[in-house]
Design a protein around this ligand. Structure first.
Ligand SMILES: Cc1cc2nc3c(=O)[nH]c(=O)nc-3n(C[C@H](O)[C@H](O)[C@H](O)COP(=O)(O)OP(=O)(O)OC[C@H]3O[C@@H](n4cnc5c(N)ncnc54)[C@H](O)[C@@H]3O)c2cc1C
Length: 522
């Protein structure tokens, strides 16, 4: 074998997977058909639990430029209806406004630090597989060549060549009844509301910032990001085959149609790159399978949907966190039977939830009096805190519960944020998980669980600590993706509970191995 894992695509999800594999001791080769970074502007930010997940790899600090831990957003929007999240006790909606180009830069820097080989200008063109591995056919700068690998991951975007080469269906719908236009602009200072940062449009009224704003004729969003002010419209019409690049005048006319009045604005300032984009219609599709033998699909290669609410990277980057350690376990030879298949059983339902809520939101922003009536009803429902929480959990991905054995309410859920008092001082859980190693966190008064790890110390690290936080379990077993594999509330877990811990260890990390088979514990 030339490689353990080949990843096709150095988009955010392929790069994230490369980092995860490297942390787990596997060196992947990443193939990227582009010679340099794409000029395309896509995501403007990260939304949901992925922000906490990146903090747990030390990447939040790099992306936000601040050592402050992530904090949930007090407000967000569902189908152009405001969500008052500030009133929730347990607000799951984290957000980080950072352009996708920067996310890709940070992930690429991290991957290179971890020793990942990224081959730019190398395009996957074919593949075949047998029992032992995959032969990838690649068009490189010096001509075509073949690469033999144990596994191949297609992180090659919505038009995934990998998916097509494996004959994996991509059922769903393609719509061509909307046109979105977006551009960086400058707005006269007198139109900015100093209290909200939103717009005061003469003859129309206030438009809050960072919110989709629906009218009878379309939708408008005004987003004064630190990196530039972005405005976008969506209209329900066909793009009549006009493939000329978008102009600011065309956007101006679109705004006039959506709002019914003119919005005075000028071209963007600063060095750019500036966005000027027209998108027509959209796809909502989900791969029939995420795996074909030794080939796996990741991110947009496995699912595409509307960008409304910005769920794409929340889904795709968490796919990468889910897949990385499982693939590494296969390669290291300690994966329990069926572990790699749980990538699909755990992540496909997460993708189905995103497909559901983006389609629901698309329906709620459509034109028409029936939709307006539905929105009135929805707005009434959202006054109930429980409904707001339900929607926030859905959009942030906090309602995901993987189907793991165990009765503790945290089993299968993302680990709570913890501040632990250890022998070496106070530490946030997010600082302990940067190595991406499984962790047993023992908070029992007598550090009662140390012995229960015998047989897994090569794969699982033990953290013995105290905490002043209330309402926490006394012990948690965390997978590398920071989902809880087992938890206990007992101050002194008895023999039966230790057995359930050992069962959870075996089912996530394979059978116990005698210490001499792997040398000294790490
Ligand atoms: C307009 C728009 C706005 C969006 N806004 C948001 C947002 O605010 N928040 C959010 O979370 N998400 C957003 N998204 C979604 C997000 O951009 C995608 O989910 C994300 O880019 C998917 O990443 P990926 O790595 O799976 O695929 P991609 O980013 O598509 O990367 C795939 C990579 O594979 C390479 N490639 C393709 N074929 C091959 C091949 N055969 N061989 C080698 N390399 C290949 C491509 O060149 C590319 O670099 C938005 C998307 C769009 C279109």
């Amino acid at each position: 074998m030339t490689a353990d894992v080949v990843i096709a695509g150095a988009g955010p999800n392929g790069l994230m997977l490369a980092c995860e594999l490297s942390l787990a001791g596997v060196r992947p080769i990443v193939l990227e058909r582009l010679n340099g970074q794409t000029k395309e502007n896509r995501a403007n930010g990260l939304v949901g639990q992925v922000v906490r997940a990146l903090d747990r790899r030390g990447l939040h600090e790099r992306l936000s430029g601040s050592a402050e831990p992530p904090r949930p957003s007090p407000a967000f929007v569902f189908g152009a209806m405001p969500l008052d999240l500030g009133r929730l006790d347990d607000n799951p909606m984290y957000g980080l406004a950072v352009p996708q180009r920067r996310i890709e830069q940070v992930l690429e820097e991290r991957a290179l630090e971890l020793g990942v080989e990224i081959r730019r200008g190398h395009e996957l063109t074919g593949l075949s597989q047998d029992e032992d591995g995959v032969t990838a056919e690649i068009a490189g700068p010096e001509g075509p060549y073949r690469l033999r690998t144990r596994y191949l991951v297609g992180a090659d975007g919505g038009r995934s060549v990998t998916r097509k080469l494996c004959g994996i269906g991509f059922p769903g719908v393609t719509r061509d009844d909307s046109v979105s236009r977006s551009a960086h602009i400058t707005v006269p200072a007198e139109l900015i509301d100093p209290a909200t940062g939103g717009l005061n449009v003469p003859g129309y009224g206030p438009i809050p910032p960072f919110m989709h704003h629906r009218t009878d004729h379309g939708m408008l969003a005004f987003a004064p990001f630190p990196t530039g002010t972005l405005i976008s419209t969506t209209e329900w019409s066909r793009n009549d085959g006009d493939d000329e690049p978008l102009t600011l005048d065309e956007l101006r006319e679109s705004i006039r149609r959506v709002l019914g009045v003119d919005l005075p604005f000028g071209p963007p300032e600063g060095p750019g790159p500036h966005q000027l984009r027209r998108l027509s219609g959209g796809n909502t599709r989900l791969a029939e399978r995420f795996r074909d033998g030794r080939v796996l699909l990741l991110g947009d290669a496995a699912h595409v949907h509307s960008a409304i609410g910005g769920p794409g990277l929340n889904l795709g980057l968490q796919d990468a966190l889910n897949l990385g350690w499982k693939l590494a376990a296969e390669i290291h030879g300690w994966a329990p039977p069926g572990l790699l298949d749980t990538y699909e059983t755990e992540r496909r339902p997460a993708a189905e939830r995103v497909v559901m809520h983006t389609q629901a939101q698309s329906a709620l922003i459509a034109p028409g009096p029936e939709v307006t009536a539905l929105r009135v009803l929805f707005t009434e429902l959202l006054r109930d805190e429980r409904t707001t929480k339900h929607i926030a959990d859905l959009m942030s991905g906090a309602d995901i519960r993987y189907d793991l054995e165990g009765t503790h309410p945290l089993t299968g859920r993302p680990a709570p944020d913890l501040v632990l008092e250890t022998e070496t001082g106070s530490v946030r859980l997010a600082e302990l998980t940067r190595t991406a190693r499984p962790l047993l966190i023992d908070l029992t008064p007598d550090a009662a669980l140390a012995g229960a790890l015998d047989g897994w110390r090569d794969r699982v690290d033990l953290v013995t600590a105290k905490t002043a936080q209330e309402g926490l379990p006394t012990a948690l077993l965390l997978r590398p993706d920071c989902y809880v594999a087992w938890a206990s509330d007992s101050p002194n877990p008895d023999a039966k509970e230790r057995d359930t811990l050992r069962t959870a260890l075996a089912s996530a990390f394979g059978p116990a191995r005698p210490a001499e088979s792997f040398g000294a514990p790490r």
